[in-house]
Design a protein around this ligand. Sequence first.
Ligand code: PGA
Length: 255
Amino acid sequence: MRKKIIAGNWKMNTDKTSAVALFNDITENYDTYGLHEKKQVVLAPPFPFLNIALDKSADYPYLYVAAQNCSEHDKGAYTGEVSAHMLASVCVKYVLVGHSERRQYFNEGDLLLLEKIKQAQRNEIIPIFCCGEPLEIRMANEHFKFIKAQLDNCIFQLNEEGIKNLVIAYEPIWAIGTGQTASPEQAQEVHAFIREELARHYSKEVADSISILYGGSVNWKNAMDLFGCADIDGGLVGGASLKADEFAEIICSIK
Ligand code: PGA
């Protein structure tokens, strides 16, 4: 059985007070989430609040903390950067890599993302690798080709050990923060495609073991239908992860 994951990407939101409150509100209902080794919650707060989340998450098994980014470098004179080693040293378990906002606003490309993934894995942090097409590519019906290139040029450069130690998130850019969710059929079709590509490059066994999350305007209304699809193993949730009640409902939507 593949791991199911509900990840909350807080992006550049909250401050210390609201981050603590959000964390407390999310954990208040912990007992209703039914988490276990194969059903996990991952919270990705901004860097300054990682330690708060880490301290608090210690009381909640299967609730893990992710960083929203890490450096492609090991260490040294890179002012403003945070290394995977630093994150590992405070027990961060996951890191987002290749989010469309990083690709778009910070010019992060395939090779750089591959270096970040390798840094994370060297430090035993699991990368959550994001991919997905912009609207014009979807309109031109070229999304499969686009996503294949994102996979080929980045994570398919990893060996079998590497590919087995990551999570993939399919996030169509036109669905992120827009309220325009991909339909379960649209999402499932791409997830199945990604899994077929994994099987072709590695093996069916490897493909079947990798969790593929959907992201893009997931909310309490659409979560159950999305998570009911055969190849959708959970969600990467932005806006709705900032509302504890709604996030709780999304967590409970996955069986
Ligand atoms: P959204 O963001 O749920 O607000 O669309 C998802 C994401 O960017 O990961």
